[in-house]
Design a protein around this ligand. Structure first.
Ligand SMILES: *Cc1c(COP(=O)(O)O)cnc(C)c1O
Length: 436
């Protein structure tokens, strides 16, 4: 039978049609941007102590709307999540000699935000079920130099709020929540981003809602909020006239969001709930179906949490399936066709979880600022750093052997599109003995 031949063995594919692109921009955004363009004011920030220090009408309206939606006191618009992370670390007063504990399983900026202020990242291992920082591993890494924990709501699920927050309270550490992947996810009905001391969202093109590039910082802490606003907008030029006494980390940047992005972000926020509901329903369906295949385990959702499935991560057990992970994934990808507009990226299923950050050359060679090993070998730093392979065995094992990421599922797909993805897995599983 023809259907009994895998596409990798020159059989027919399950699907020849490209998947539809994730498209969330429509007339609402176009009208809002047109209004800004016609006003002629594309940004209203001034980098001095003046009412315009806090930005223009679109930026301020977005900040109000964001704070209300996420039930948090302050929301501060920035031009990326990366800049927002820099602001958060700077506002926390972190500097040379300090350690900040961070997960190795994240996007690079979760850790470079620490280096930017000349502190050093200390990587703690992850939990093997939820892939976020393991509180026990974190506790072992706390020293008298530790100032904060950067938690990442990786793949779209909140970190272990109860245990990590308890550790932070006990040792007087800030919890900086990188919720770039988890917008709209919740823990006990509180939104990701508002679970620690300060949280940072991303509005880059790849995230659930986007403005091309952009980010938002949220906090209930007035002091942190004001420092974030200063770092966002040339702090050093403002502190004198504003009468700021504490000069720690008051070297500012230009991380200002434009009026155009702010106008888009307001429209996007209104769509979040709908986009998320559709995505989560699809992911739940795929999880139910793939979990029926022995050796494939659906993502675990922690008690009290909802997941936003920025990516849907499954665990793969090579011993049970009987086929190496990468070969199985290649066979599934061969059954499908890429996403429109992202054809060159191929079918967006990745047979790994992401390389632990400390294995990157930056940490392996300890070269960041200049060539002298700053800040890793800074004389103020009295600890001993370890970025060796084997440092976080769970993160390494998951990446090397266990995880695959389904990066395909979003709200612009139809149920039929999602069914095709499931059918590709089912077909490959049924014919797995034919994989060479
Ligand atoms: C996307 C992402 C970032 C960076 O976001 P930008 O807005 O592109 O700077 C940071 N952390 C995580 C976990 C991310 O997924």
């Amino acid at each position: 039978m023809k259907e009994d031949k895998l596409a990798i063995n020159n059989g027919p594919k399950i699907r020849n049609k490209p998947f539809p692109a994730y498209k969330v921009i429509d007339d609402r955004e176009i009208k809002a941007v047109e209004k800004v363009l016609k006003s002629g004011i594309l940004s209203k920030f001034l980098g001095c102590w003046d009412p315009a220090f806090y930005g223009g009408p679109q930026v301020q309206a977005l900040e109000k709307k964001w704070a209300k939606y996420f039930k948090v006191k302050h929301a501060i618009a920035v031009n990326s999540c990366t800049s927002g992370l820099y602001c958060a670390v700077g506002a926390s007063g972190i500097g040379p000699g300090d350690e900040v504990i961070v997960t190795p399983l994240s996007m690079s900026a979760s850790a470079t935000s620490i280096l930017i202020f000349n502190a050093v990242p200390v990587f703690a291992d992850i939990d093997k079920h939820y892939f976020c920082l393991d509180p026990k591993a974190v506790e072992k890494k706390i020293t008298k130099r530790t100032k904060a924990i950067v938690v990442v709501d990786i793949y779209g699920q909140p970190y272990d709020v109860q245990k990590i927050n308890a550790l932070a309270r006990k040792h007087k550490l800030y919890v900086i929540e990188d919720c770039a992947q988890a917008i709209g996810a919740t823990y006990k009905n509180k939104f990701a981003g508002t679970l620690g001391d300060i949280g940072i969202y991303s509005l880059n093109f790849h995230k659930h809602i986007h403005t091309g590039e952009g980010g938002m910082v949220v906090t209930n802490n007035d002091q942190l909020a004001e420092k974030v606003r200063l770092i966002r907008n040339h702090a050093e030029a403002v502190v004198g006239d504003k009468g700021v006494g504490d000069l720690v980390n008051m070297i500012g940047f230009n991380f200002r969001m434009t009026e155009i992005e702010a106008a888009i972000a307001s429209c996007q926020l209104s769509k979040l709930k709908h986009l998320l509901t559709k995505r989560v329903n699809y992911c739940d369906y795929v999880a139910r179906k793939l979990a029926l295949l022995p050796g494939i385990t659906a993502p675990a959702v922690r008690k009290g949490c909802t997941h936003s499935y920025y990516v849907q991560c499954f665990k793969y057990n090579e011993k049970i399936v009987g086929v190496p992970r990468h070969k199985f994934i290649e066979a599934v990808k061969a059954e499908l066709t890429a996403t429109k507009g992202r054809e060159k990226e191929g079918v967006r299923i990745v047979g790994q979880g992401g390389k632990p950050l400390y294995l990157e050359p930056l940490y392996q060679k300890m070269i960041a600022y200049g060539s002298r090993g700053c800040p890793f070998r800074c004389p103020w730093y009295k600890g001993k750093l370890n970025y060796k392979k084997g440092l976080c065995p769970v993160a390494e094992k998951i990446n090397d052997e266990e995880l695959f990421q389904l990066d395909l599922i979003h709200a612009s797909l139809s149920k039929k599109d999602v069914e095709d993805i499931v059918r590709a897995f089912q077909k490959v599983y049924r014919l797995k003995k034919k994989i060479r």
